[in-house]
Design a protein around this ligand. Structure first.
Ligand SMILES: [Cu+2]
Length: 343
């Protein structure tokens, strides 16, 4: 009785975990799967994956079949074994098996090297440059422009135009991170002090999840990002909107919120273009209200989550580089109204 209850409990735990796993894979409507490619390089990787699965499954089944055959025949022929012929057959079988193994491994090696070369070949047409900076524990995406005032910096949100190659320049401010958006590309490390070129192209519209894939400290698991692939005109409109300085407060509550922001430690770490806040320790907040999530995919963007994060980020992402802030409820109300107006 006790046993059965225990087993049933475990089954229920498994069932309870399913939605959690499913949410993890499709958090906030974003999918993350290397088997659902949305770009040419991801398609190459998924073809390689399928080739390996098919070949390895066939080899596995063949080995099982030979094994069963051997067990069966071995029993039957044990008594009548003729040493010389048996040895000859054995030599022939081992030679054949070794040759086939080497051939198969060679085919897989060629396919793998071929895929690797195709992925890292540099595009030559006109491309968009984006600098990707890894931070513990969030992503900064900087859209480069010759004019510094036209440069755009976003956090945890990479927009790309469909059908165009975006050249990512990967680097890190602190430790090694790894950029991985499996629907679009393979993985690539971000190394402090280096710029690593990584082309990425989406062939269809969609919102895809990406994740840091190199353990980088306590909040590594909370270092996700979103890739939004959209038609080029929508992408350009988005970029244009991001280039604008922050919206000025339109009522007294927002004005008070801006004053709170500028008089609190927030200015030591954050930029809001159009105000005196210009520090780059944390994400730029000029258009924070347009983001679907905050804290690197950890929280959905809404007033409650924003409040919880601003007051005590440490209880949400322990160890994060944002300290707790003591604010009166009047200050917090005004600050939230201001942040939510930064569209
Ligand atoms: Cu990491």
């Amino acid at each position: 009785m006790k046993q059965r209850g225990h087993r049933r409990g475990r089954g229920r735990l498994g069932l309870a975990l399913l939605p959690i796993i499913a949410t993890g894979l499709t958090a906030y409507g974003r999918v993350q799967s290397a088997l659902d490619p949305a770009g040419p390089d991801a398609a190459r990787i998924s073809r390689l994956w399928w080739l390996m699965v098919v070949v390895c499954t066939a080899v596995f089944l063949l080995v099982l079949a030979f094994l069963l055959h051997g067990i069966y025949r071995g029993r039957r022929r044990d008594a009548a074994a003729n040493d010389d012929t048996a040895r000859q057959r054995m030599t022939r079988a081992v030679t054949a098996a070794t040759t086939v193994t080497v051939l198969i491994l060679f085919v897989l090696l060629v396919a793998s090297v071929w895929t690797g070369r195709a992925i890292s070949s540099k595009p030559d047409d006109d491309v968009i440059d984006v600098e990707v900076v890894g931070h513990q524990w969030w992503w900064e995406f900087i859209y480069k422009d010759a004019a510094a005032s036209q440069q755009v910096s976003t956090a945890n949100e990479l927009h790309v135009p469909v059908g165009k190659t975006v050249v990512l320049k990967l680097t890190s401010r602190d430790v090694i991170h790894s950029f991985w958006a499996p629907n679009l590309q393979g993985k690539k490390d971000l190394i402090p002090g280096h710029f690593i070129i990584f082309p990425l192209r989406a062939d269809r519209e969609g919102t895809f999840r990406g994740q840091c894939a190199e353990f980088c400290g306590a909040q590594h698991a909370h270092m996700a990002f979103t890739v939004i692939a959209q038609p080029e005109d929508q992408f350009l409109a988005w970029l244009d909107a991001q280039r604008r300085p922050a919206a000025a407060p339109t009522d007294s509550l927002m004005a008070r919120g801006q004053q709170v922001f500028l008089s609190k430690p927030c200015v030591m770490c954050h930029t809001i273009r159009g105000t005196p806040a210009g520090s780059r320790v944390g994400p730029e907040l000029t258009h924070i209200a347009t983001r679907p999530t905050i804290a690197a995919g950890t929280l959905e963007m809404n007033r409650g989550n924003l409040a919880g994060w601003v007051v005590d980020a440490q209880s949400i992402k322990p160890g994060s580089r944002m300290p707790p802030n003591s604010l009166t409820s009047e200050e917090l109300d005004a600050l939230l109204a201001y942040l939510e107006s930064l569209k």
